[in-house]
Design a protein around this ligand. Structure first.
Ligand code: FE2
Ligand code: FE2
Length: 314
């Protein structure tokens, strides 16, 4: 993949990526993947392992989110917010469905992952039943700070993460990340709608969510490191552990603007300074009925080319 796809952005005014939420009921048929496909980034296996580890507990959070926002939606009287809540609920339900298919494939390669998966499921199921309304929405908004930021970071570094990857798994991640950005302000807006003045709790929930996300990711990453044999080589073990820590620190650092009182996800520096061309091109391609279930190098170039043409740079 040439350098055009790495951090390709348009500086020209375009529609804001959070302007519309489209429910796309896609099925990536990830259950047909094999144990060998788990290391889907052939050039940088640690990138694949990091996202695989991050993704183990995510479907259970997504179900928690669906539960929390369904409940909030029934008490929301703002038509626009209600519409957006319907959008995020639809998108996240489809994400969870696809993630679960891939988790089953991961268990074939990493049998020790099952207890971690089960623990995550039980944690979110219990919390959904026990949490107060404020905690349901606050924790959801805290978590969504990171899912939307992860979307932006990954799409900005598309070539490193997906440039030499399995086309179906790359397509699944691109779809997920584009939609995470698209609905990136809905949980925040819902929290503000109900608990707008309680800024301290909103910020506390970002911290709680970050630690939870890090704990789940590190637990799964450690299992995968052992199974891949990386821990047998001290220098490799150090480098791969450092990569995981570095990525989590990047998530945390990019969340810092969310601690400002005036913060809104629409105005996060990663969203406003530049518009990612893969993201723009993917949306356009998908809306025109293009096949987004498999994305290889040529298709990415096509997506970027179409976004550039619209922004007037080609
Ligand atoms: Fe999601
Ligand atoms: Fe999300």
């Amino acid at each position: 993949m040439n350098c055009r796809s790495k951090a390709a952005h348009s500086e020209f005014p375009t529609a804001h990526p959070m302007d519309g939420i489209t429910i796309r009921p896609l099925d990536f048929r990830l259950s047909s993947k094999t144990s060998d496909d788990c290391i889907w980034n052939h050039r940088r296996p640690e990138y694949a392992v990091f996202l695989n580890a991050l993704g183990v507990h995510v479907p259970y959070f997504e179900r928690y989110l669906v539960f929390a926002l369904r409940k909030a939606r029934s008490a929301t009287h703002d038509a626009r917010l209600k519409n957006d809540q319907g959008g995020i609920i639809g998108q996240e339900a489809h994400h969870a469905h696809n993630y679960r298919q891939f988790s089953e494939v991961l268990f074939e390669r990493y049998a020790s992952l099952r207890p971690i998966d089960q623990r995550a499921m039980q944690y979110f199921e219990k919390r959904a039943l026990r949490d107060s309304d404020r905690r349901l929405i606050g924790f959801t908004a805290g978590y969504e700070t990171f899912t939307f930021l992860a979307g932006l970071l990954l799409l900005d570094e598309f070539d490193d993460w997906f440039g030499d990857s399995d086309p179906e798994i790359a397509a699944f991640w691109i779809w997920h990340q584009v939609e995470e950005v698209e609905h990136g302000s809905v949980a925040f807006d819902t929290y503000k709608y109900f608990y707008g003045k309680d800024e301290l709790y909103r910020k506390w929930m970002i911290v709680v969510a970050m630690f939870h996300l890090a704990r789940e990711t590190v637990a799964a990453y450690r299992v995968m490191m052992v199974a891949e044999g990386w821990v047998k080589k001290p220098r490799l073990a150090f480098a791969r552990s450092r990569f995981c820590a570095w990525m989590l620190l990047r998530f945390a650092r990019n969340a810092l603007p969310a601690f400002r009182k005036s913060y809104h996800p629409r105005h996060h520096p990663l969203v406003t300074n530049r518009q990612n061309l893969v993201q723009q091109g993917w949306r356009r391609f998908s809306a025109s009925g293009g096949d987004v279930l498999s994305i290889d190098r040529d298709k990415v170039e096509e997506l970027i080319g179409s976004a550039l043409r619209v922004s007037g740079r080609e």
